[in-house]
Write a new protein. Structure first.
Lengths: 183, 599, 98
């Protein structure tokens, strides 16, 4: 019991608290940074769960790639005057209710299920993982590649400008639709 | 296929084809003449086929060729096809012959119509011949009902042929709803039969009360179709239709369909003694009452219309006395001489441009053919031996001997007298005496009209001699005998005729005629029906219309309105806000999880 | 580190992500919340790979790829949103309002 409790605190510090900051932070940049912490914490958990390769991938992809992307996104779109937007009050209540309800239901299921038959087993090594990717899951692997390609293409198409803006000009505000800016 | 069956099918297919072509290919009927030619061709083929069938002389045998109709749960609902026997074949010939004659006559009579109307007229005629044959050849009561309703429809269409005339339109509606009301009896009879026997045949043995109910219900329809008291009032009004139509439908064939039906379903009616008793009296009362009314009419067609009612009463009374043969025989002879009389009247009307007998007079000299043939018809109707009318009337009176204390016999004998009397009046007013101004310039009608007159004259005279043949076919026999009845009948006819000539040639009027005329003008029966129509039928119709419009339609419209309103009410759900949709997803997922994992 | 505790942690993470999904007004912040949720799911896979031998590792990799793709496209959409309205508040994208 105490072991669980201890683990609970540990996990909270590792991933729970950062995640809470992600969803509550008023400053967008801080939110992104807290996400980075959350992801790092998850990587630690992966490592503790005998999945070192995944931990490494997690750090590389998420922390390195995704978070970087997010920062860029924030830079391009955010008003840097420091103003923040309040989180909607009414929504907070129902959001919390829904989240709690979800947690309640699933936690209930977890607690009630007899998990004693599941014991720690040896996790696959990196080599095993590589073999599996190119053997059993080859098609999924290829499809994932195609998916990534599609994502790249769609992102490019969605984000491109039709006509170049004059130097230093502000982008259009909400009232006017700039011709060609929306594909 | 049996050649006889093929011939029977020709009598159905030829007119139907003519009618269908005229309907489906508008130019045929818009140009007029093509429709007429098609109809005539169809009738010619049908008549030829009917003639061949007669010559085959089935003599007691019956040929039945049917196909099952509407198979439900393995069993057919009824049979469709033809039944050829000594009942259907003679009627078939009569119908086709008279129809052919009337149609040839119509070529000249309807000559002045616009081409479109002309074509429409002949299209209707083709449809009529098909429908009537459908009825005559019916193998069971279901098909008979179909033919029955169809001829009713064509009657409506043809009575109101000149639909731009309000009186014609009203007469058509009146005929239609009165006969349809009576037809409910037929419908209910079909239901009873099916419930009891699972089929629609008349050749079944039924429990007495079922037989009485069925026969009674059918007779209700017969009263409507064959214009028996008190449902006779539509027939005089039906004279609004063109005269050839009056000749064919409302004298020779359609109105006789009721009589034919009873003859056809004789095995059924023979089990219903109470109904037969009722028929005896209804027929007798009709015969007397309408004969009296015919005496005071000024419109020549109305005289003949009431006369038709009266003669139909004779037939019905004979059927009520149990002699199907007597009714059938008179049906046949009546078809010929009444058609002849109507066509002759049409000839006269065509010449003087009026239906009123006061516009006629002295036409014997100016229209000899018409006069002679009409005279023959009148004599036959009056029952002067040895003409056809006498033979069949005599058979009827003989059949009535001793029934119901001789009262119907006596009444009908008196009616025979009246018949001769009113026909004498018509002869005098129309053909004898001094011509009226309108008649002064009359001339004989064209050949297309006079040839059918002459042609119909032959059976008018001679058809009586076919009686024994017909009787044998029906399983009985007829022979001439010298007895009380034929002598009295002859005397009644002759006496009535002579007395009538004596009265009207001298410009006098019959006794009590003024009273009867007053009764006729009071038209109590007509008023009673009109009251029923306006006070009962129309309000009920109005109520049903309200139900249809506000409840039935209202329900439908309400459903549509409700759907739209619900859609509108649900629009706020689509807030357009992403967060709301996300919430919906989460809640939905939760619900699914709970439901899926529910023990 | 019992299995149950781990699963509860993952569930808590996911729930936190849900709270963020339903609450945040900024588009980028929403995406970040979704990242948290995806992360929690990956955690579950890894946990069961350890306890019970379920082949979760390849699945984690694929989930990762999919998430990355989603982020890319999502950010492109955020860019479009920004260009249209000058800001990235979600309530600006309300054309689906019925």
């Amino acid at each position: 019991m105490t072991a669980e409790l201890g683990f609970g605190v540990f996990a909270f510090l590792l991933v729970g608290f950062p995640a809470l900051r992600v969803v509550t932070s008023r400053d967008l940049v801080r939110t992104v940074l807290w996400l980075a912490v959350t992801l790092l914490g998850t990587a630690v958990l992966f490592a503790l769960l005998h999945a070192p390769f995944l931990a490494g991938v997690q750090v590389l992809t998420y922390v390195g790639g995704v978070v970087t992307l997010m920062v860029f996104g924030v830079m391009v779109t955010h008003k840097h005057d420091g103003t923040t937007v309040a989180i909607d009050g009414a929504n907070r209540v129902r959001g919390a209710l829904a989240a709690l309800a979800f947690f309640g239901v699933v936690a209930f299921a977890i607690v009630r299920t007899d998990l004693s038959s599941l014991t720690p087993v040896e996790t696959p090594s990196t080599q095993d993982l590589a073999m599996a990717l190119l053997d059993r899951y080859l098609i999924a692997f290829e499809v994932a590649s195609v998916l990534l390609l599609a994502a790249i293409i769609s992102a490019v198409v969605l984000a491109r400008r039709r006509d170049p803006l004059p130097e230093g000009a502000e982008p259009a505000d909400g009232a006017r639709l700039q011709e060609g800016s929306v594909p | 296929m049996n050649p006889s069956v093929t011939l029977a099918l020709v009598t159905l297919a030829a007119p139907l084809a003519a009618a269908l072509l005229s309907v489906v290919i508008p130019p045929i009927r818009h140009r007029g003449a093509p429709a007429a030619m098609l109809t005539l061709l169809g009738s010619l083929l049908a008549t030829g086929a009917a003639g061949l069938l007669v010559m085959e002389d089935l003599a007691g045998r019956a040929i039945r060729a049917t196909v099952p109709w509407m198979v439900v749960q393995g069993r057919p609902l009824g049979q469709v096809g033809v039944r050829l026997d000594a009942v259907s074949i003679p009627m078939l010939l009569v119908v086709c012959l008279v129809a052919l004659g009337v149609q040839i006559y119509s070529v000249a009579y309807m000559h002045d119509e616009k081409r479109r109307s002309y074509g429409r007229y002949f299209a209707y005629h083709a449809l009529f011949l098909f429908s009537m044959n459908l009825l005559v050849l019916a193998p069971d009561l279901l098909q008979a009902f179909a033919g029955w309703e169809l001829v009713g429809l064509v009657s409506y269409l043809l009575i109101g042929f000149h639909f731009d005339r309000p009186s014609a339109a009203r007469a058509a509606v009146k005929a239609f709803w009165m006969t349809k009301l009576a037809d409910m009896g037929f419908l209910f009879a079909l239901l009873v039969l099916y419930a009891r026997t699972g089929a629609f045949s008349w050749d079944v043995a039924l429990r007495p009360e079922v037989a009485e109910a069925t026969a009674g219900l059918i007779f209700l329809a017969v009263m409507g179709k064959s214009a028996q008291f008190p449902l006779h009032v539509w027939l005089p009004d039906a004279m609004e239709g063109p005269t050839p139509v009056s000749a064919l439908l409302h004298a020779a064939t359609m109105v006789a369909a009721g009589v034919f039906l009873v003859v056809r379903a004789d095995p059924l009616f023979a089990q219903a003694h109470w109904v037969q008793g009722g028929m005896l009296w209804v027929g007798t009362i009709t015969a007397v009452f309408t004969a009296l009314l015919g005496l005071v009419q000024t419109d020549i067609k109305r005289v003949l219309a009431y006369s038709t009612c009266s003669q139909l009463g004779f037939m019905v009374a004979a059927l009520g006395a149990g002699s199907a043969f007597a009714g059938y025989f008179h049906l046949g002879t009546h078809a010929f001489f009444k058609a002849l009389l109507f066509l002759g009247a049409g000839s006269v009307i065509h010449a003087v441009h009026s239906n009123e007998m006061k516009d006629m007079g002295g036409l014997a000299r100016r229209m000899p053919l018409t006069a002679v043939t009409f005279g023959l018809g009148a004599l036959s109707l009056a029952g002067i031996p040895p003409l056809a009318g006498f033979a069949s009337k005599d058979v009827i009176l003989t059949a009535l001997e001793g029934k119901a204390g001789w009262i119907p016999w006596a009444l009908l004998l008196a009616t025979a007298f009246l018949t001769a009397f009113y026909m004498g009046r018509v002869l005098v007013l129309t053909f004898l005496g001094k011509p009226s101004p309108a008649a002064a310039h009359a001339h004989e009608s064209p050949a297309a009209m006079t040839v059918p007159l002459v042609a119909l004259g032959i059976p008018t005279v001679a058809a009586g001699f076919l009686g024994p043949w017909l009787a044998r076919g029906l399983g009985g026999e007829m022979h001439l005998h010298l007895g009380l009845t034929p002598v009295l009948a002859s005397l009644a006819g002759l006496g009535g005729l002579l007395l009538s000539l004596a009265t009207y040639l001298r410009g006098r009027e019959a006794p009590l005629a003024a009273t009867v005329a007053a009764l006729d003008r009071a038209s109590l029966v007509d008023r009673a029906w009109a009251f029923g129509y306006h006070s009962v039928l129309l309000p009920v119709s109005g109520l049903l219309r309200w139900v249809d419009r506000y409840l039935v339609d209202g329900l439908m419209n309400g459903l549509g309105w409700g759907t739209l309103e619900t859609g509108q009410a649900m629009r706020p759900v689509q807030t357009g806000r992403t967060r709301d949709y996300a919430l919906a997803v989460v809640v939905g997922a939760l619900v699914l999880m709970v439901l899926g994992a529910w023990p | 580190m019992t299995l149950r505790a781990l699963l509860l942690v993952a569930t808590a993470l996911f729930s936190i992500g849900i709270y963020g999904l339903l609450t945040r007004r900024q588009a980028v912040a929403l995406l970040l919340s979704i990242e948290v949720m995806a992360n929690a799911a990956n955690l579950v896979f890894v946990v069961f790979a350890r306890y019970g031998g379920a082949p979760g590792h390849p699945l984690v990799l694929f989930a990762l790829a999919i998430t990355v793709a989603e982020v890319a496209v999502g950010l492109a959409l955020v860019l479009v949103l920004y260009r249209r309205h000058g800001d990235t508040l979600l309530e600006l994208a309300s054309e689906a309002k019925g």
